[in-house]
Design a protein. Structure first.
Length: 169
């Protein structure tokens, strides 16, 4: 079982199938992923979508930070080193001691929402929610791909990480 505890996250995830042996410490329990910080306010997603649409035709990026003392969320727009319609290069923010990086969001501009091989490499060493927003500025858009990154694994989110939406993101 991989057990991850962050001020904003409680994650218990099996890393091997169960095996029929006597386990002296009892059951490992169910898999679970709880957001201790609660769901992110949906209004933040709207503001980030506006920001990403304004950056079209290029890709763009945003982080959602959580302040542990104030229990408040905020958006951080990173310095963009390079952005084209198919690539964006940016850096993670330097966090204050009571701040946590909850969610790393980038756009695929007009393209489909999926995690590329580059995204996989970028996310391999982080504990965070990762989102890709695609099909921006299109009538059927936007499209969202989501995952929880922890322990080098990419886990599906059981539900949308934003409040006011029961659909899976
Ligand atoms: Zn990407």
């Amino acid at each position: 079982m991989l057990i991850v505890r962050r001020p904003w996250l409680e994650l218990d995830i099996p890393v091997t199938p169960p095996f029929p042996a006597y386990l002296p410490y009892g059951s490992v329990g169910e898999r679970r992923a709880e957001l201790r910080c609660g769901l992110m306010p949906r209004e933040l997603l709207g503001r980030i979508l506006d920001h990403f649409r304004a950056a079209l035709p290029n890709e763009a990026a945003a982080f959602v930070l959580w302040n542990e003392n104030e229990r408040s969320f905020s958006i951080h727009y990173p310095q963009i080193d390079d952005a084209t319609p198919s690539r964006v290069t940016y850096r993670s923010p330097i966090l204050a001691p009571d701040q946590h990086l909850i969610c790393d969001i980038h756009s695929h501009a007009h393209g489909a929402a999926f995690f590329s091989a580059t995204d996989d490499a970028d996310d391999a060493h982080s504990t965070k929610i990762a989102l890709v927003l695609g099909r921006l500025g299109q009538p059927e858009g936007p499209a969202i791909a989501s995952r929880l990154c922890a322990g080098g694994m990419f886990l599906p989110l059981p539900r949308s990480p934003f409040s006011g939406d029961d659909d899976a993101a």
